[in-house]
Ligand binder design. Structure first.
Ligand code: PLP
Length: 437
């Protein structure tokens, strides 16, 4: 069909005619129409402007339409748009070098994927091959992707109708505000969560567990910064029982927390690291597995049974190279750290003081969350209707928020300015105030 008049209405009609949505009841969708963007801003067809405090699915770390990344993709388009993974290609080799440069010492290979889910699939596959074991332990409060093992490893409600992969076991990871361990402070939470994990390993069979898979900072589950000592304790358990440790840095990695990788905050080195999203801000779909020498060595003389037609796709690789270079040149990771520490964290503290419905605020860098409650004493999550009103109030005021369950995740691009961050906080503040009227 020919669409002569492109506007919010015609674009939405076309979308609703044919597009099948992720994680949705298809009959009741009313999407926002977005035409274009730049930096932290998005526009519809009527010139309506939105401040993007979601970074979409927490992936546009470098902001929308960064010209240096666009130019690199355009240059690669002219050189070679696609090439099989079995050929050596300069863009792919360079991207591997640049991604590996951000990993801890001891990592020497990277396997490129199309996104985060298949990064986790392949990390699990590598851990199983290298250990000769099958079980994978992961946290109930987690999201690892929508495919086979990645969704079975996921902790949240999306796993339950999708448990077709075998060998997955879950445990409770730390979350002091809603402690599963009756903990009163971070130290108790860490020690007791580690004791619980030890018991799960023992009960599942100490020689049966191939991998422990953890988001370094669980994202979708609520931006749950692990307490001091927890990740080091998990590392020690993995070592004690010969288990491969996988950190999922798909959402937390590449600037989001104000460090290149979230694990840099904790000084703990896993055996495998999965990444996607921020590595090239999703300008071209990409993800991958960073492989430590301890694991990569296994595959020097053993077959790796895995592969993807688009592993190391040249356009994705060019986008990775330009994104990482630009993040370095423009100190975008430093910006995320400064905005987090100087604007978002104090701003969220103020919001918590002003609004009774705020139960907790927490996070690192531009990876922060506001947890809303009915009542501060009972900590009962704020009801879905009020959350819906709050979301509508923010959009009405020109803010594109990231709302999950009873939380607002405050996750603007890492390039957000202090002024933009204050604008966003002010809209959140006004929207919270509107709840009471
Ligand atoms: N892991 C984490 C921590 C994520 O947040 C996500 C996506 O939100 C994924 C994995 C899956 O990534 P993708 O949607 O690119 O497959």
């Amino acid at each position: 069909s020919v669409h002569t008049a492109l506007n919010n209405q015609t674009v939405k009609q076309l979308d609703r005619k044919g597009v099948f949505y992720s994680w949705s009841v298809q009959g009741s969708l009313d999407p926002l129409v977005i035409k274009s963007g730049r930096g932290c801003w998005l526009w519809d067809y009527e010139g309506r402007e939105y401040l993007d405090f979601s970074s979409q699915l927490v992936n546009t770390n470098i902001g929308h339409q960064h010209p240096k990344v666009l130019n690199a993709i355009k240059a690669q388009v002219d050189e070679l748009t696609t090439i099989a993974p079995s050929h050596a290609n300069y863009a792919r080799g360079l991207a591997a070098e640049k991604v590996l440069a951000r990993a801890p010492a001891g990592f020497d290979k990277v396997f490129f994927t199309n996104g985060g889910a298949d990064a986790n699939e392949n990390a699990i596959r590598m851990a199983r091959a290298a250990t000769g074991r099958e079980k994978v332990l992961s946290a109930y409060r987690s999201y690892h992707g929508g495919t086979g093992s990645a969704i079975a490893a996921t902790g949240d409600f999306r796993r339950v109708p999708n448990e077709y992969a075998r060998g997955h076991v879950h445990f409770f990871s730390p979350y002091l505000y809603r402690s599963d361990f009756w903990a009163q402070n971070e130290e108790e939470e860490a020690v007791r969560a580690l004791q619980h994990l030890r018991r799960v390993i023992e009960a599942e069979g100490t020689t049966a567990v191939a991998a422990i898979l953890l988001e370094t900072v669980p994202g979708t589950a609520g931006i749950l910064v692990p307490p001091n000592g927890y990740l080091a304790g998990v590392r020690a358990l993995a070592d004690e029982f010969g288990i491969a440790l996988i950190f999922d840095e798909v959402m937390a990695g590449f600037g989001r927390t104000g460090e290149w990788l979230a694990l840099d905050h904790f000084g703990v080195t896993p055996d495998l690291i999965t990444f996607a999203k921020g590595v090239n801000s999703g300008y071209v779909p990409a993800g991958g597995v960073l492989i430590s020498e301890k694991i990569s060595r296994h595959f020097n003389d053993s077959m790796f049974f895995g592969g993807l037609t688009y592993s190391g796709h040249p356009l994705a690789m060019a986008a990775i190279c330009a994104t990482l270079d630009t993040m370095e040149e423009e100190d975008i990771v430093g910006n995320a750290a400064r905005i987090g520490a100087n604007v978002l964290a104090p701003g969220l503290k103020q919001i918590a003081e002003r609004h009774e419905n705020v139960g907790d605020v927490r996070g690192l860098g531009v990876f922060q969350a506001i947890e809303l409650v009915e009542d501060r004493a009972t900590r009962q999550p704020l009801n879905a209707k009020a959350m819906g009103q709050l979301k509508a109030a923010m959009i009405e005021r020109g803010l594109l928020p990231f709302v999950v369950a009873n939380r607002i995740h405050v996750v603007p691009p890492c390039v957000v300015t202090a002024h933009e961050a204050e604008q966003g906080l002010s809209i959140i503040n006004d929207s919270l105030a509107s709840l009471r009227t």
